[in-house]
Write a protein that binds this ligand. Structure first.
Ligand code: FAD
Length: 462
């Protein structure tokens, strides 16, 4: 009898999972599931405690879902990727595994690990790889010189040309297979700090319901409202996508169900949202084409020679949300308290750290990973490099967001600011973006700090 091993990584779902569907295709084969936690590696790469907790809680659900399909989910914890490979080699011997199925991960170290595994397995064991977490495999959307695009818009256009000709299907959820005698154990706690996360319920039905509701109720206005942080008008699906609780194909499927003709209007909310999913795709493709990005090297080489000021006090004030710029501080407090931040705010606070405080973008990138539930190397690196003008598509280095005008534009009445900065509750709307003027003019006292830098001076120093 054949035995197939399905190795779950960032694809923690049973629906629309090509590796799982294929592993279960042969009705005569028994199927074993595997997840390997690597807390030491996670710590070394600043994965947040929130994300580790979310993975843990999600695995408990996944184990139940697989159990109903008669697929045991085995769990191991390893210190290094080498140990991880050894565990798999041993499991293959123990259970006489014939084939290993998995969905690709694209980060450099993960690809090295898979390469190592293939070299260590006995030649009669086959690894079957799938691109289950993307619409298209990396390095399949190339320019006329057969290279990865350096700019998003032409990548997007080429992507759309291919996509309409070959709209990806949803992979079937497998039917229950024959029961095996393998016993599973409850997923243990990880060797990791504990931290609550918000917004992301690890239950599959809850995740699907959120996607469905977003497509039915919010996506239509997404183009108009997505930049207003107080409105909560984005999908908040990012951690589900980062860890593969949901797939981008499922997103597309629900979107077309609700808005079958969304293609026809590129200005529509639905198309604008789909465009964000293509940004995600772009950054994933980019780290495969330019693996040095995973080592936190800038995309634009010369920017590695920038002399950063790296003032540690400023960095601490930025992290804590005490810079004296209300929109920056509200955003950082949202991140620290919930593990999530609105996209517009991610752009503003990143620009502030790099261009107003002249702090190396990698400090911000690392801090984000240590806080986010949706931390994802490709998207995070792409976002930071975009903001720092060191990456693809970046605005020129001298373009800088003005935190006060950004605040006035995207949070005109300060609703978002007041939600996160109680010290400013009493400040009138007129002064909410510059509360120090209110204190000075009226002799009012707040416990809110003075700006740690003057934006107009910082701008001239660039
Ligand atoms: P929606 O607006 O509903 O978008 C839907 C999905 O599209 C998101 O869930 C995400 O998977 C994808 N997406 C949206 N915008 C982007 C983008 N610019 N780049 C790549 N994918 C995108 N996203 C992460 O998932 N993980 C990160 O670690 C991360 N770090 C970022 C750091 C910076 C400095 C910046 C500027 C952006 C970062 N992003 C990151 C992208 C984006 O901010 C988040 O994906 C988004 O805010 C998540 O909220 P949402 O699910 O409501 O997004």
């Amino acid at each position: 009898m054949k035995t197939n091993l399905i190795w779950f990584r960032n694809d923690l779902r049973i629906m629309d999972n090509p590796a799982l569907e294929k592993a279960c295709e042969d009705k005569d084969a028994s199927v074993i599931g595997l997840y390997i936690a690597t807390p030491q590696q996670w710590k070394a790469h600043d994965m947040s405690a929130r994300q580790a907790c979310f993975i843990h809680d999600r695995l408990i659900q996944l184990q139940d879902e697989l159990d109903a399909l008669n697929i045991p989910l085995l769990f191991h914890s390893c210190d290094s990727f080498t140990d991880c490979v050894n565990v798999i080699v041993d499991l293959c011997k123990e259970y006489s595994v014939n084939q290993i199925f998995y969905n690709n991960q694209y980060e450099y170290n993960e690809r090295e690990r898979d390469y190592l595994l293939k070299g260590k397995l006995s030649p009669d064991i086959e690894c079957l790889e799938f691109d289950g977490n993307l619409f298209t495999a990396p390095l399949t959307i190339l320019n006329s010189q057969k290279q990865m695009y350096k700019i998003f818009t032409p990548f997007r256009n080429a992507f759309l040309d291919q996509f309409v000709q070959n709209i990806p299907r949803i992979y079937n959820q497998p039917k229950a297979i024959k029961k095996t005698k393998i016993k599973t154990h409850k997923i243990p706690e990880f060797d990791y700090a504990k931290q609550d996360y918000e917004f992301f319920n690890p239950n599959t039905q809850k995740a699907l319901q959120k996607l469905e509701e977003f497509c039915a109720e919010k996506v239509e206005d997404y183009a108009d409202k997505r930049n207003i942080p107080s409105l909560d008008h984005t999908s908040q699906l990012s951690a589900y996508l980062a860890l593969g609780v949901l797939s981008v194909r499922q997103c597309f499927h629900y979107l077309t169900q609700e808005h079958p003709h969304f293609w026809e209007n590129q200005k529509s909310g639905a198309f604008t949202w789909f465009n964000e999913l293509i940004w995600r795709e772009f950054y994933q493709h980019l780290i495969v084409a330019h693996p040095y990005l995973c080592k936190h090297k800038p995309f634009i080489n010369w920017t590695d020679h920038v002399k950063w000021k790296n003032n540690k006090d400023h960095f601490e004030q930025w992290k804590a949300g005490n810079t004296g710029y209300p929109i920056i501080d509200a955003a950082m407090r949202q991140l620290n308290q919930t593990g999530w931040m609105h996209n517009r705010l991610r752009m503003i606070i990143a620009s502030f750290l790099v261009k107003d405080l002249l702090i190396d973008w990698r400090w911000g990138e690392q801090y984000f990973m240590s806080q986010l539930t949706d931390g994802d190397l490709a998207a995070n690196n792409g976002g930071w490099q975009w903001a720092a003008s060191t990456g693809t598509d970046s605005t020129p280095y001298f373009r800088i967001f003005n935190p006060t005008t950004q605040g006035k534009r995207f949070d005109p009445k300060g609703e978002f600011i007041r939600q996160w900065i109680p010290e400013l509750a009493k400040v009138p709307d007129k002064f909410i973006h510059e509360p120090q003027l209110w204190s000075e003019k009226k002799g009012n006292i707040t416990e809110y700090p003075q700006p740690i830098v003057t934006h107009d001076i910082a701008k001239k120093k660039l």
